[in-house]
Write a protein that binds this ligand. Structure first.
Ligand code: NI
Length: 168
């Protein structure tokens, strides 16, 4: 296994859409294992393949905080969303940025595992939110795209301050 480089905003590759996985082979298993290792190494709770510059529709979620409970979702699709609320989010591709996003806190998802077997699962709370956040990555969307106008202005101001600091 190896730890992969996580792309950071505003890298344009984060805006590319993923392709459905059709080959459930060793290469896919390696991708998933590397994503799990990368997630544990960065102490994140979720990671999508586009963030490590891979176009396959794969994401991993691990809320344990110590890398002990990774869940991989291949070709995920959401079947239902309920219990909407504002949730504070952050992203490994946007270090230091947090914002409140409207998300369903209960979802039903259908996906495939690394062998291609289909499963369905009910997710609640943070796990449901992570799944939606990572599924956004699969279509080139970032959580900052979902912020209110006020929060987007604050985000732009933060980027401006960082750019000026780099230039100074
Ligand atoms: Ni993210």
């Amino acid at each position: 296994m190896s730890r992969l480089h996580v792309l950071e905003y505003p890298d344009s590759r984060l805006r590319l859409s993923s392709r459905k996985v059709t080959r459930f082979d060793d290469d896919l298993a390696e991708l998933i294992d590397n994503m799990i290792e990368t997630l544990a190494a960065t102490q994140g709770i979720a990671l999508s393949a586009p963030q490590i510059d891979d176009r396959r529709a794969v994401l991993v979620v691990d809320l344990s905080g110590d890398g002990s409970a990774p869940q991989a979702y291949v070709n995920p699709e959401i079947l239902s969303k309920t219990a909407w609320g504002l949730v504070e989010e952050s992203c490994l591709s946007l270090p230091g940025v947090v914002g409140n996003v409207l998300r369903a806190t209960e979802v039903r998802v259908r996906a495939q595992d690394r062998k291609g077997d289909v499963f369905e699962r009910e997710l609640m709370g943070m796990e449901a939110v992570c799944l939606q956040h990572e599924m956004d990555h699969l279509v080139g969307k970032l959580f900052v795209d979902r912020l209110s106008l006020f929060q987007r202005l604050r985000f732009r101001a933060l980027l401006g301050r960082r750019a000026r600091r780099r230039a100074a």
